[in-house]
Structure formats: C-alpha cells, structure tokens
Write a protein that binds this ligand. Structure first.
Ligand SMILES: [Zn+2]
Length: 397
C-alpha cells in the first residue's frame, strides 16, 4: 500500500499535469488561429492520410535508448510501440549534428547546413510547402509544434515558388508561455514572485469565465471552478512557475498543445519536436534520463491519442526518431554534448507505426534522416523531387 507521502507525490504529479493542460488551453485560445475559416472547409479536399513525424529529441544516445542497457528508459517504446511497428535500428544522421539542422533535414529530405541557432530557414523546400502547394491546402493542414525555441523558421524555405504562403504553422508552446510570463512581469516593479502571481491570477480569471470556453474540458464537474479547486489550482500554478525545473516541462506542454491542434484542425502533416532531454547540456545525467523516460511516455500517449481519434485512427503513419545522438563516452561525460559529429552523435534509430507499416517488423538496412521526408510525401501522395533522401521501401505506401 502506498504511504501518505507517495500518495501526495502522485497527486501532485497529476495536478501538475492538469495545470499544464490548462496552460496549453490558455495558450491555444490566445495564439492558435480562429476557426473562422471553418466556412472554407469543404472548399478543399482533405487528404485521406495523416503523417506525424516525432523527434525523440533533443539528443539521445543509442546506449541510453535502444541498446539493451537503455531499455529501462524507454519501456513504452520497447513493450508497447515497437511490437506494433517497423524498427530500423540503424538510422544515420549525416548532417550537422545540431537540433535545428537535423529536424530541418527531417522536414525537407535534404541535409541542412544552415545556422544551427535557427536564424536561417531551411535552404530547400519543406514537405509542408510541397504538400500545400500541390494539393492546394490551407495552413491548418500543416503544423510544427516545437519545444526548441530555435525552430521559428522551420515551417518554410525561401526558395522561389515556395516560401511563406505554403508554410506550416509553427508554434512554440514553451516559448509562448515564457513570453506570456515575460509580459506579465514587465511591470514597473520588474520581475518578481508577485508578478508571477499576477500572471497566474490573469490566467485564473480567464478560467473563471469558464474554462470550457478554452475548448477543453479540464475537469469533470460544472462550469465554475469551485473555491477549493481554484485554490489548489492557484497553488499548483504558482509552484509550477516557481519550480526551477520548469524548463524541463516544455515537452509536456508541447504534447498537450499537439493534442489541442489535432482536436481543432486535424492536420494531415505534423512535425512534433520533443526536446527536453537536451537538458543534458547542463551536466545532469539523471535529468537527461528522466526526460528520455518522459518522452517515451509522451510518444506512447500521442499514439494512443491517434488511436482514439476518428480523424486519425486507421489513416495515420507516425515516425519516431531521435534527431541526433550525443557524444561518445570517452571521459564519462559524453552525454552532455552532441556537436563532435562522432558515431555516437550520428547513430540513432527509427520506429515507423501505423498505416502502411508492417507490424512486428525490423530492417537492419541502415537508413538516414533524409529518407523520412520522401516517404511521407509518398504516403500523402504529393511530389517532392530531387531529394537527397530515398523513400523507405519497407513500408507499403
Ligand atoms: Zn543540444
């Protein structure tokens, strides 16, 4: 039987996730495009398939994930997901081993030797642009939801004939939250706990107006939050903002925002960037492993959400891949960084799930990050000519 402190810890964790759910709804309400274009729906033919590319990121070594000694960190992948899909144990990142470059390679099918900090768009057209242009699709059909704040320009290239008008919507939920906090604390007094409280109050007063208005049923009963619930929510919110580990919660927020976007828009093509495990740069191996475990859970929950949604079930192919590994462990601190470009940074894995994917399958054939984009293009039925990557022939697309 769980003792009292274990129980309250569990309750706190549950409550904490509820708070994130509320925050995601708040951000969604304020930052997602309105469905004013609902009228327009029907003026284009919605693609029949969906593709979700998930970066199991930012930066996980083979030894901490797919190698037997890493299995304890990825229980959902090993026990729940890999048996349902096709595993490539050798996926090679041949590009610059940084987050933006690697994810842009996933989004374009070409290696992207651009600024790793995200100040340049991808230098070749993205899948989103090819897809939207050829199929004449509105922006809500293509989304990037990213924890990494340097992904603002990943939604489109500046290549002639492509560009912004065919871009994906890019949303950075953690950055939105931080910006919102920043605005809330930009008062005469300057940043401080009382201003965090002001922000929390702002959010709570919005909630008072009826959180159902956020499009989310956060709690089961009633339209008004009871005083007791409000108090606990307020406390959880303040604890959340005061928690030094808040930055490590970005992926959970990304996950909730992804679900919100799926529920509202049912996009046919999404890139979901998990990134928390990059906390390794700060030198904490245990926090890095915790983030791997959290990502493992979020990927599993995302797949369950796909299965529970009539808009996605039976028509969705999902790719899960670490966008890069991390340095080899010569001095015991290899986990910290990933820019050496050594084999440990480059050798990761790919799991494909869902439509067109054989179950309980594997292929020893080494594949590359750039192979995912042409495969996604085949699944969704549009042309993406001249890519460095080649479609994954093991999938029946
Ligand atoms: Zn990094």
């Amino acid at each position: 039987m769980a003792n009292k402190s274990e129980r309250s810890w569990r309750e706190w964790k549950t409550q904490r996730r509820d708070v994130l759910r509320v925050i995601a709804a708040f951000l969604a309400e304020h930052f997602l495009p309105r469905r004013a274009f609902a009228k327009k729906i029907g003026t284009y033919s919605k693609p029949s398939h969906r593709v979700i590319i998930v970066t199991f990121g930012g930066g996980a070594r083979y030894q901490d994930t797919l190698a037997p000694e890493g299995w304890r960190n990825i229980p959902h992948l090993t026990q729940d997901l890999i048996p349902q899909g096709l595993l490539y144990p050798t996926a090679i990142n041949d590009g610059i081993t940084d987050h933006y470059n690697s994810s842009a390679a996933l989004a374009t099918g070409n290696w992207q030797p651009v600024d790793p900090w995200g100040s340049q768009p991808p230098q070749s057209p993205t899948l989103f642009e090819y897809f939207r242009k050829e199929r004449k699709l509105p922006a809500e059909e293509a989304w990037v939801i990213a924890t990494n704040k340097s992904f603002g320009l990943i939604g489109s290239s500046q290549v002639r004939g492509f560009g912004d008008r065919y871009a994906a919507n890019v949303i950075l939920p953690k950055q939105l939250l931080l910006d919102a906090i920043q605005r809330a604390v930009s008062t005469d007094k300057g940043p401080g706990v009382e201003n965090r409280e002001a922000f929390a109050k702002q959010m709570l007063s919005a909630l008072d107006e009826g959180y159902e208005g956020f499009g989310w049923q956060v709690y089961e009963s009633g339209h008004q939050i009871s005083r007791e619930l409000k108090y606990s929510l307020e406390k959880a919110l303040l604890d959340y903002f005061n928690d030094p580990r808040v930055p490590s919660s970005g992926d959970t927020l990304t996950f909730f925002m992804t679900k919100e976007i799926m529920r509202r828009f049912s996009p046919s093509l999404m890139l979901v960037n998990f990134w928390d495990m990059d906390i390794a740069h700060f030198g904490s191996y245990s926090l890095h492993l915790q983030a791997i475990m959290r990502t493992d859970r979020l990927v599993w929950e995302l797949w369950q959400y796909v299965q529970s949604s009539p808009d996605y079930r039976g028509r969705t192919t999902m790719f899960v891949i670490p966008e890069l590994g991390r340095d080899g462990d010569a001095d015991g601190n290899g986990f910290c960084n990933h820019r050496s470009g050594d084999p440990s940074c480059r050798h990761v894995w790919l799991l494909a799930l869902g439509e067109g994917v054989p179950r309980r399958a594997g292929s020893e054939r080494p594949i590359r990050h750039v192979d995912i984009a042409p495969t996604a293009a085949e699944i969704l039925g549009f042309k993406a000519p001249g890519l460095e990557g080649k479609p994954l022939v093991e999938l029946a697309v």
